[in-house]
Structures are given as C-alpha cells and as structure tokens.
Write a protein that binds this ligand. Structure first.
Ligand code: IPD
Ligand code: CA
Ligand code: CA
Length: 252
C-alpha cells in the first residue's frame, strides 16, 4: 500500500475514533482559548502507533506529543478544530501529511461530520471522496470570501488589523475554527482564500498540498523554520494571489 492509501485509511480510522466522543470528550486548557480534549491525545497515539509500525524509519511531528523533523517526516494534527469538536460544532478534522525534503508529498484530511475524505498527492491532484477538486475561478476581491484564522499566539490587535484590511479591500471575511478545513474549502472552491498570521505545520501541511494540487497558490510556508516553528500563511487562487498578498502583507 502506498503512503496516500495508507494515510487515507488511517485518517478515516482516526476520525471515526474522534467522532465516537464528539462534543463529549473531557476538556482541559493548554492556554487561553487553547483547548485540548482527552480524545486529541488518544487519536494522536493511534496515528503515531500506526505510522511507527508501518514506516519505522520516518520522522513524525504531532501537535500533542511533538517530535523532531527529518528528511522524510509525517506531520499530524489528531483533531484540527478542537474548540469546535469540544463544543459539539461539526467542523473539525484529522490532518495527516507526509513531507519529503520540506515539500508535502501526501496530504489527507478526514472530516467525520460529513464523512468527507480530502486527499492529495504531489503532482497527481486533489480529491474529496474521489471527486477531483479545483479552486474558485473568482478574480474579484468584491466577490471573494476569505477565511482569516485566529489564535492567541499573536496579539488580538494584529488579527483585527488583518480582518480590517481584508474587509477594506472588499472581501467577505469568515472564521470557522479549523485551519485545515479552511484550506480544504479553498481547494474545493468553496471559499477564495485562507490566511493566518501564524499557523503551525500540523494545521496546514496537508491543506497546503490540497490547495496546490487543486490549482491554487500559497506562500512558501516551509521557508525558514516553518516546519517546526510555524509561519504566516496565505492560500488562494492564482488570480487573487497578488491582491491578497498586498492586503495581508505576507510574502509572495
Ligand atoms: C487551530 C485551528 C484554528 C487555527 C489555529 C490552530 P486546533 O488548531 O486550526 O482554526 O486558526 O491556528 O491552532 O487547536 O484546533 O488544533
Ligand atoms: Ca490544529
Ligand atoms: Ca489539534
């Protein structure tokens, strides 16, 4: 079984486990508005065990237990959208990416609430439940909906300024609480863009590949220390990239 098929099956299994305690898992706080549930940890253990058994020589970085980068590294988020998951809001997913030489080669998201499996392989395309994905063709800011991700890792004033600039440029702005699914929405053409001032690799590595393989563009998230320390992220289509890069101030 190749890595794409392996990751797809694993994401489904992990998502089914997560969904068995949807809205019911015990919550604790890692920091201000930074939730973790017992299920985040349980799902990460399941994923780690399966990858370790199948690909013992690959490195692995997970949100809950960390890990070190390597030339061949799996980047996993057991539950992305934990605040939604913990509150019983059906917008969260399991994210599994396989990155080679700092370039994502395989990216898979499983959204248990819809039974949607998003999958992408470098140079081959991106799909949702087997159906090919393509980014939105929209070229007008006045018709573009952009999701602006938020976390407490940066000052609130930076976020409100970003949202203000996007609104001022004519975009509609939303925030749905899962960076990974926000990128999947861009790949599927359901929104025109996703941006965040700081996001971690486990939130976005799989989603970035989905966007690229659906014909979209992102900044070079993995430049510098993106893989281990996170980075700013802009994902959109080719027609809007320069305009949104101007609005967000992120590198083009
Ligand atoms: C968070 C979500 C959120 C994004 C944050 C992430 P979590 O991940 O993806 O949408 O804006 O940057 O930390 O805590 O739900 O796994
Ligand atoms: Ca996350
Ligand atoms: Ca998480």
């Amino acid at each position: 079984m190749d890595r794409l098929a392996f990751a797809s099956e694993l994401a489904r299994d992990a998502g089914k486990l997560a969904h068995s305690a949807f809205g019911q898992s015990v919550i604790s706080l890692k920091g201000r508005h930074d939730l973790v549930t017992a299920m985040d940890r349980e799902v990460e253990r399941l994923i780690r065990k399966a990858i370790g058994r199948r690909y013992p020589d690959d490195a692995l970085i997970g949100e809950e237990e960390g890990g070190d980068a390597g030339e061949c590294v799996w980047i996993i988020d057991p539950i992305d959208g934990t605040a939604n998951y913990a509150r019983g809001i059906p917008h969260y997913c399991v994210s599994i990416a396989y990155v080679e030489g700092r370039v994502p080669a395989v990216g898979v998201l499983y959204d248990p609430s819809h039974d949607w499996l998003y999958a992408a392989a470098r140079g081959e395309g991106a799909w949702r439940n087997g159906e090919r994905l393509a980014v939105s063709p929209c070229a007008e800011m006045s018709a573009a909906t952009v999701e602006c991700g938020w976390s407490t890792r940066l000052p609130s004033a930076d976020y409100t300024e970003l949202v203000g600039r996007a609104l001022g440029a004519g975009c509609a702005v939303r925030r749905a609480g899962s960076g990974a699914l926000g990128l999947a929405d861009v790949a599927a053409g359901r929104t025109e863009g996703y941006c965040e001032l700081h996001i971690n690799a486990w939130d976005c590595a799989a989603g970035i590949l989905l966007v690229h393989e659906a014909g979209g563009r992102t900044n070079d998230f993995f430049a510098g220390g993106g893989l281990t320390a996170g980075n700013a992220l802009l994902a959109t289509n080719a027609a809007l990239y320069a305009k949104l890069a101007g609005v967000t101030g992120f590198p083009s």
